[in-house]
Design a protein around this ligand. Sequence first.
Ligand SMILES: [Zn+2]
Length: 446
Amino acid sequence: MERHLSDGRILLKNGTVITLDPELGDLPGGDVLISEGRIEQVAPEIDAPDAEVVPADGMLVIPGLIDTHLHMWQQPLRGLGAGQWGVDDYVAKVFPVRERYGPQDMYESTYMCATEALANGTTTVLDFCHNVLTEEHAEGSLRAHRETGQRVLFAYGMLGYEDRLEAERASRLAQVSRIKEDLGSDPTSLVRLGMGLTTLTFASMEDLLVEVEHARGLGLPMTIHQNVPGEIVRLQKAGVLGPDLLPVHSNNATDGELQLLASCGCAISFTTEGEFGGGRPMSALHRADRAGVLPTLGVDVPSRVAVDMFGQLRITYNIMRSAEAAIERQEGRWPLKRYEGSPFTTARRVLEYATVNGAKAIGLGDHLGTLTPGKQADIVLLRTGPFGVSVGDPAAHVVLQSNAGDVDSVLVAGRFRKRGGELVGVDTEKLPFMMRDLQRRVLNGS
Ligand SMILES: [Zn+2]
């Protein structure tokens, strides 16, 4: 008889546990007891005879990684954006392809993106679905999310065909209401609904406010692409900023704008690799953190960035360090010397961006982001290879030494989605064929 692990108790035994909970700290050799999908206990030694024991010797046990900005429908376009140089390239190459997608393509893309993200240790994703060309497209993506077992905030995109949006806004908002009704309001449900607002570059503030009012009426978290200087002030004046709005990018934000975001309880989703590769200014990452805005991380575009949060962690740490060092040089404090508050960027801080901060940014700070008893058991077990955990801060091992290939096991709500290096409940042999056929349809239109 098949054993349903979510019904049982699981004891992760003798790992290096990085709880990211300020009270619990790290446990060099620790146990984590999981029951009913939640973390029941974290301690150096737990005795639970009725639990299934999972050895975690030589492994790091960390909270599941949270990606706060991912366009999952782009999964079959991997590589299409490689070498992209500027927004014009993106518009020329990726935009025309999106119109070839049908609802089944949205389903398959989302499903495959989720399996890759899960395999790479991402337990929660904010899926910014900005290819809702018809109601059936949204349903296709949601069907995938219901199957994968990944935790998702499905941000229903109000941007798609900009020329049609005016006529379709009311019917789209009606669909949003129906989906919300269907999904309910339990914050710990694996599939939750949010809204991907239209971009101010393409729409008026008046239009945006219609969406915001609708989302707030339903209690939906919102997210918005934010690129253009001055927009943050406009959003604040219009009453849009708040802890329920997650701006994405904000690379051009001034210190004053960052203070506005902080005073409104906003986080930012930085999609570091995509932004850096796109030539954007990168100083906003540490300026935001210093200003009290919560930085979080996202992959953004699978068409040119790997669905791999370990890559984001490492590049973010190094870019932030580089930006800090540049300021020291400019200020004449060279060669580098340590002093109070400098360096600001630590590996542990960056790991928090993809865990603690990510959870708060999508409204789940009480339920995710740390290995704290009572929270959801979204957990990743990381192998450390033949040489074990590196010396010093184990969080630095995660950020600077680990890669997605080290992900041994992944649990979401106490249920294994990857175990011993293998995805659970996924027909992995089928995936390459699914991808090949999907690419044939969306890339070649055949
Ligand atoms: Zn984006």
